[in-house]
Design a protein around this ligand. Structure first.
Ligand code: ATP
Length: 320
């Protein structure tokens, strides 16, 4: 391997810049040329490829987002798009690529690997919904951002003795909701993995809690569970308690990454370059039981993970 590329793809996540920086600087330290591919696979197909040196990643470790920008690219889902991508890599002398993104991006990396371009995936998503790894780049920052925002809503919710529904990200995975629900002391945590849609039970609990003397009722709703604003209206109508919905939205993706995200993203970026130097391809770097490991991308994509029932039960116990 002489020349490697790095790209970010899918949803952005804080810590991606730390990973890019680590790939660039580790690559250079090992005598490789490093190229930045802008806007994920879309930029690859448009040959938006720039030479990187140590200074091109100066002053980015503390910044959210991704300096390489990110995109989704329908054309890369097609065989022609993938072949074109591999050809462009060859044209630019790129024989290895680090892809920072989620499962979709790893699917794309796998296709490139099959076409002879060595690829290594790094798990970058705030949702933590990549099965092969206990940690994904951006999750720690996102939960801290959401936690601080929820604390603020909680203050005003308590002062007005309201019920508050706060919607956090997580279309199909409730990790942000669970972690914030526990950390913010929510009365209910509605997770796509466990919520059975029994709104009447929820309403009964709100009424019971009010009788018990609770001054507020905080519901953390994962995005995938349903429409928070209409849920708030129904709850208010049924309980007579003023109920407001707050959707945290894209603020959860931004902001300066936490120390943990900067550190792990740095280690994973370096590991990706080590793997390319060893001739590895179609691998994804993961953190499992406190150790950095790597898996075949196809194996990784076939893995399943879910929120531990024990942790979910604890979350319910602590909210009483
Ligand atoms: P997030 O979890 O943040 O959504 P992701 O990486 O899963 O991130 P996707 O939009 O699913 O996000 O994928 C990013 C890009 O990867 C797609 O726009 C597409 O270009 C490429 N991609 C996804 N699936 C495939 C596939 N099956 N084959 C080839 N390329 C793919």
């Amino acid at each position: 391997v002489k020349t490697i590329g790095v790209l970010t793809s899918g949803g952005d996540a804080p810590g991606m810049n730390a990973a890019i920086r680590a790939v660039v600087r580790t690559g250079i330290a090992k005598g490789l040329n490093v190229k930045g591919i802008m806007r994920g696979y879309a930029g690859l197909l448009k040959e938006e490829i720039v030479d990187m040196d140590s200074r091109s990643v100066s002053d980015i470790i503390q910044r959210g987002g991704t300096i390489l920008y990110t995109a989704r690219c329908a054309e890369f889902r097609t065989e022609e798009g993938q072949k074109l991508g591999a050809e462009i890599c060859r044209k630019h002398g790129i024989d290895g690529i680090v892809v920072i993104g989620g499962d979709g991006s790893f699917n794309g990396a796998c296709k490139l690997a099959n076409l002879g371009i060595n690829t290594i995936g790094l798990p970058g998503t705030i949702d933590q919904d990549i099965a092969c790894t206990d940690y994904t780049i951006g999750f720690d920052t996102a939960i801290n951002t959401a936690m601080e925002a929820i604390d603020k809503v909680r203050d005003t919710s308590t002062s007005h003795e309201r019920c508050s529904i706060i919607e956090v990200m997580g279309r199909s995975a409730g990790y942000i909701a669970l972690w914030c629900g526990v950390a913010n002391g929510a009365e209910n945590i509605l997770l796509p993995e466990y919520y059975d849609g029994d709104e009447q039970a929820l309403i009964n609990q709100i009424i019971e809690n009010r009788k018990k003397g609770k001054k507020h009722h905080l519901i953390i709703n994962a995005e995938g569970v349903g429409h928070s604003a209409s849920m708030a209206k129904r709850i208010e109508a049924a309980t007579g308690i003023e109920t407001r919905a707050t959707i945290l939205g894209h603020m959860q993706r931004g902001g300066s990454p936490t120390c943990l995200d900067r550190y792990y993203a740095s280690m994973m970026g370096a590991r990706a370059v080590d793997l390319l130097c060893e001739g590895a391809s179609n691998r994804v770097v993961a953190l499992r039981d406190g150790k950095f490991v790597d898996y075949d991308i196809n194996e990784a994509l076939a893995m399943k993970k879910t929120i531990s029932p024990y942790e979910y039960e604890v979350s319910k116990m602590l909210s009483r």
